[in-house]
Design a protein around this ligand. Sequence first.
Ligand code: NAD
Length: 482
Amino acid sequence: MLIGGEWVPAVAGEWIDVVSAGQRSLTLARVPRGRDEDADRAVKAARAAFPAWRSLHFKERQKLLLQVADALSDAAEELSLMTARDTGNALRTQARPESQTLVDLFRYFGGIAGEFKGVTLPAGDGQLQYTRREPLGVVAGILPWNSPLMIAGFKTPAALAAGNTVVLKAAEDAPLTILKMAEIAGRFLPPGVLNVVTGYGQEIGEALVQHPGVDKVSFTGSTPVGRHVASAAGERLAHLSLELGGKSPSVVFPSAASDPAQVDALTSNLLLSTRFARQGQSCTAGSRLFIHADVYDQVLEAVAAKAGAMKVGDPLDETTDMGAIINEKQFDRIRGYISDGKAQQGVELALDCSESIPAGLDGYFQGPTIFSMGSNDWRVAREEIFGPVLVAIPFSDADEAIRMANDSHYGLAAYVWSNDLNEALDAAHRIESGWVQVNQGGGQVIGQAYGGYKSSGIGREVSLEGAMEGFTQMKQINIKIG
Ligand code: NAD
């Protein structure tokens, strides 16, 4: 673990083996099993580093963050290879874009470090009234395993640019890239400004959430754990943001599929929105596919053909489209949902690659499954599966589609497919999700607002406005002049 600029084991001397997701017989490394006393050390190091870091002129923080960005960029291929080994995400389709996103986020927030600023009020000649955006103090960033570098990038550079110090808690299933990122950042940042700890959520994760020296908890993970983290942080009135799960709707109107060329472009983009290329292990996966009855068969057939052609295999192989599931527990969970979906009355299978697991691979691999003629009431349509499973449901008019899209306790992302501007915007505005994309399915743009409605979370830390809200507190100063 990196604490106060030094690489340290856990105080108790315990370790956790890190196994490669794509090759289960390969133990990549072991990392410390941190507990309360390690959380305490890391928080103390971050607190000690805070006064000097917050007092730096923003230009100094900017310079350092941009140096980190350059060094991360130089190491991008190494980080990508490590991501593929650690998480099982395929190198070409996922791991490289993830490390590039990390670099971009350090550049973006380094570049705008001077924008964490307040306003002056028009208070009359006898008054100078202004606000300051001051850092919160120590931010604990708790990370999931599905795309660790990208999510570390959502938190770390913004928190640091605003003048906070950070303790990151890497996910126990995929901690290695986060440690590597810290090693690179640690070449430039003063000791204690960025600390990284490892261990289990219920041990060192919980200790950070409970620690009185942590001013803000920025959590990304599942909704059930997020709920618990929120109540524990709320109990001591710590600042909090939550990026949680999703069950995002994707709504295809007939105008998006009026001729064969359109259907081809539509389905390529739609495939991106399913996040099958990350084995569906994405909180923004468009996992409920509502298709208008007039184009249902042709769109579904085309999506199924493209999804069925994806190559599932070794994450390190350049030709692989879809890598490995993170662990046995997640694999069993996905298989359980597939069995449940197959048992539903009236279900049809537009695509079933669930049994076509590539031979000779030593990991948990799962081809895509698309259920057809689904119901929005089925478990597979209500619960986050976090696997390559899509439920297609026909609809007959926009009201019905939007009603079903909004009939979910989640509200993270949504996708609308239409070539009618009014129809597309009407749907985009009525869908209850924090992020709606029209006619595209790719990933986040640096600096955009990103976060959930309903049980998908609280906070928008990837945008400048959201980062100002999330990583600073506002102070009002009123001065009598003359
Ligand atoms: P998880 O909730 O099991 O764990 C997330 C992190 O929390 C891990 O580091 C874990 O060790 C830690 N943790 C567990 N218990 C804790 C506790 N009591 N106190 C503090 N920390 C604790 O989630 P996961 O399985 O790692 O990730 C998958 C989930 O993350 C999915 O639900 C997915 O939708 C969600 N996710 C959301 C976003 C988003 O931006 N909204 C992004 C990625 C993943």
